[in-house]
Design a protein around this ligand. Structure first.
Ligand code: 5GP
Ligand code: ZN
Length: 131
């Protein structure tokens, strides 16, 4: 997706990353809502949670050659995103103190950037309410 700002950031074309591996990237939010506000995104352009496609059951049965053609399945990205969340929490020094993960999906959630992202908010007591 050449016009997607998060694709550009995740690929390293612009901005700077807090963490990355083959599948995911993490970078600080432009307009932080907490002392720590980092976004974790897949390097693949997936719009949001509704745009994720999972196998109906069991594990992936694709052959290696198929993955070479179309990349890993979405389940792989979700696993890698949650591994990255733990890595980012460690990097930011909030693994022990705690953090909140939010992903806005679609219009009523107020999603503004149509590239799947998980907000990691931390660095202060965030309160009991999520909104
Ligand atoms: P959403 O409302 O879609 O869940 O959140 C989008 C988030 O992306 C917002 O918190 C906004 O501040 C952040 N954001 C939008 N554009 C950019 C950008 O170009 N760079 C960074 N680092 N964050 C951005
Ligand atoms: Zn994108």
């Amino acid at each position: 997706m050449e016009d997607c700002i998060f694709c550009k950031i995740a690929s390293g074309e612009i901005g700077s990353l807090v963490y990355e591996n083959e599948f995911v990237a993490a970078f600080d939010d432009l307009n932080p809502q907490a002392p720590v506000h980092t976004l974790i995104v897949p390097k693949k352009h997936i719009e949001n949670i509704e745009d994720l496609h999972f196998h109906s059951e069991g594990e992936c049965h694709h052959h290696d050659e198929e993955h070479e053609q179309h990349g890993p399945c979405d389940g792989k990205y979700i696993k890698e995103i949650f591994k990255a969340i733990k890595e980012v929490a460690k990097i930011k020094g909030v693994s022990e103190s705690g953090y909140r993960i939010i992903s806005n999906c679609g219009k009523d959630a107020g999603q503004t950037v149509m590239h799947l992202h998980f907000h990691l908010l931390a660095g202060k007591e965030l309160g009991e309410k999520i909104i």
